[in-house]
Design a binder for this molecule. Structure first.
Ligand SMILES: Cc1cc2nc3c(=O)[nH]c(=O)nc-3n(C[C@H](O)[C@H](O)[C@H](O)COP(=O)(O)O)c2cc1C
Length: 330
């Protein structure tokens, strides 16, 4: 879709106003193949460890294989050793990725305890060194995804964003919850606004973005774009819908049959990638997300829990019908 030489990365973000999130366990290769069918501007892998990239770990390299489509393809790196992060970035650039995102927001215990992810927000100098080292050697854009701060009493997103801009990042996504708040209800859009007024590079607002509030969040935060998170799981239509909403156009939600056809493709990609057993097992978490608003969701979830084969999934899909404009499980 875009040649990076022709248009700068920032300009694309400003034009598209939308980026898709890295979601460990969800934005895997099969789902990225689904997302690519909706003509997205950017798609990012789930986070991968810098050392695993350096060691060309087979599973990791499979995880980040490029999905079809002309959109910009990013890889999210996690780590805290500047040399390793730099080496991994060089490999990814050589592998033809379009941008690299650095994870400064993950709050998983195993990650934090190693000083990685959101813990980097507590070590601004180290975070800056990582970015400087990567930007000094690769020519593709480097972005950062951070939180409002590591904790509620240390929301340093503004100061860190300023330093990272100087260090060379092309865009920053701010998840408006601190590490302490993890995924709580409250999202601090004010701090995203402060970051967006403090730097010249594009800021992307993240946290609680839905198909109905994207415009409002853009206005509230002065951000250049929004990034939905959990609402993307089981709803790849969220991003064409947000795109339409942002340009004040009507969006035609897919019919139940269109939806089922995408789900069947997703299932097939899962089974091709993970094998039938593992693919179906993973689909147990995914399928109910496609039918969040199903009338008898609990009955659906009960059956989903015990599905074992590709055909079990198809049988369940057959039992989802339209009932009074909402779908129901019969
Ligand atoms: C299951 C799951 C996996 C996630 N994986 C990643 C990840 O790999 N990298 C990352 O930066 N953020 C990750 N996140 C955070 C999301 O990208 C996003 O910042 C967060 O969910 C907030 O947005 P929301 O309130 O719209 O869900 C993950 C979140 C969830 C729920």
């Amino acid at each position: 879709m875009y040649a990076m030489n022709d248009t700068s990365f920032s300009k694309i973000i400003k034009k598209e106003k939308l980026m898709l999130p890295p979601l460990a366990g969800f934005t895997d290769y099969p789902f990225r193949c689904i997302l690519s069918m909706f003509d997205p501007p950017f798609v990012c892998t789930e986070m991968v460890n810098a050392k695993a990239v350096i060691n060309q770990n087979e599973k990791t390299m499979e995880m980040i294989q490029k999905e079809p489509g002309n959109h910009l393809k990013g890889v999210q790196l996690i780590g805290n050793n500047p040399d390793n992060m730099q080496e991994a970035a060089i490999i990814l650039e050589k592998n033809g990725f379009d941008y690299i995102d650095i994870n400064m927001g993950c709050t998983v215990k195993k990650v934090i305890s190693k000083g990685q992810g959101a813990a980097l927000m507590k070590q601004e100098d180290l975070a800056v060194r990582i970015v400087e080292q990567i930007c000094s050697i690769i020519s593709i854009p480097v972005t950062v995804k951070m939180r409002s701060g590591f904790s509620e009493n240390n929301k340093n997103a503004v100061s860190l964003a300023r330093k990272l801009e100087k260090a060379g990042v092309s865009a920053i996504t701010v998840h408006g919850r601190s590490g302490e708040r993890k995924f709580g209800i409250h999202v601090d859009y004010d701090i995203i606004k402060k970051v967006s007024y403090s730097v010249d590079i594009p800021v992307i607002a993240n946290g609680g973005v839905s198909k109905t509030n994207a415009c409002e969040i853009l206005k509230k935060t002065n951000a250049f774009g929004v990034m939905p998170g959990r609402n993307l799981i089981g709803d790849p239509w969220i991003f064409p819908q947000i795109k339409k909403t942002l340009s004040y156009e009507a969006f035609q939600y897919p019919s139940l049959n269109e939806k089922k056809s995408i789900i069947q493709k997703h299932l097939r990609f899962q089974c091709d990638f993970y094998g039938e057993r593992n693919g179906v097992s993973r689909f147990r978490t995914i399928l109910p997300k496609y039918f969040r608003y199903c009338h008898n969701l609990n009955a659906l979830k009960d059956d989903v829990r015990v599905m074992c084969s590709y055909f079990d999934v198809l049988n369940i899909l057959d039992r989802i019908i339209i009932d009074d404009e909402m779908c129901a499980y019969q």
